[in-house]
Design a binder for this molecule. Structure first.
Ligand SMILES: Cc1cc2nc3c(=O)[nH]c(=O)nc-3n(C[C@H](O)[C@H](O)[C@H](O)COP(=O)(O)O)c2cc1C
Length: 184
């Protein structure tokens, strides 16, 4: 697939087939993630692959009942939980190098988008899930104190296409030379 086709064609998928994801496909997916950029190449991300139906249900229970991705958590053949190592991205000799502090969320976001795009190019569906009880998820998964759970995505073959929500026009978010100055 051509890159723009992958970028524009990726949708949040909330309906999944039960078909398993072959191991070699999963390896290709993580190979994509491996090449994501990160602060000073710190690569703070880690992923937990969850296939066990009981664990999937337990993780689904960390979502609010109104989360539109609730049923995807148990429907998809597997769930990927993206974690980040704290205190490395954005740090120099143990000190935060910028006012932003830890860049963990930023690097994890890039890793997750790389995962979602790679998944789409492999015919797989994803949906980034951020609205859940992170502390509970960390407890359930046994995530150590120096790591945190950032986001989750169900992963599997789409059972239904997603509908593309409307996007802002480019002219609404691109300024010229100074903030707020639009192109003439
Ligand atoms: C950081 C983040 C958190 C999100 N959390 C949720 C979520 O908890 N539940 C959900 O159904 N979708 C969630 N989404 C998916 C967005 O709703 C979706 O990306 C957006 O509506 C655009 O649709 P598209 O992905 O099909 O282009 C999240 C997306 C991002 C980037």
């Amino acid at each position: 697939m051509e890159l723009m086709e992958v970028i524009k064609g990726r949708r949040s998928i909330r309906k999944y087939k039960a078909d398993p994801v072959p191991d070699d496909t999963l390896q290709k997916l993580f190979e994509g993630v491996r090449w994501a950029p990160s602060w000073a190449n710190t690569q703070c991300w880690e992923v937990v692959v969850v296939r066990d139906p009981n664990m999937k249900s337990t993780l689904a229970n960390t979502l609010t009942k109104t989360n539109p991705s609730l049923s995807s958590m148990t429907e998809a053949p597997l769930i990927i939980v993206l974690c980040g190592k704290k205190g490395v991205s954005g740090f120099k000799k143990g000190e935060a190098a910028t006012v932003k502090g830890d860049w963990l969320m930023f690097d994890s976001g890039i890793a997750m988008q790389t995962l979602c795009l790679t998944a789409h190019s492999l015919g797989l569906g994803t949906v980034v899930v951020g609205l859940f009880d992170h502390k509970k998820a960390e407890e359930v998964l046994g995530v150590p104190q120096d790591r945190e759970v950032v986001a989750i995505t169900p992963l599997g073959y789409p059972a239904a296409e997603g509908v593309a929500p409307k996007r802002k026009e480019v002219s609404e978010f691109v300024f010229q030379e100074r903030y707020g100055k639009k192109a003439e």
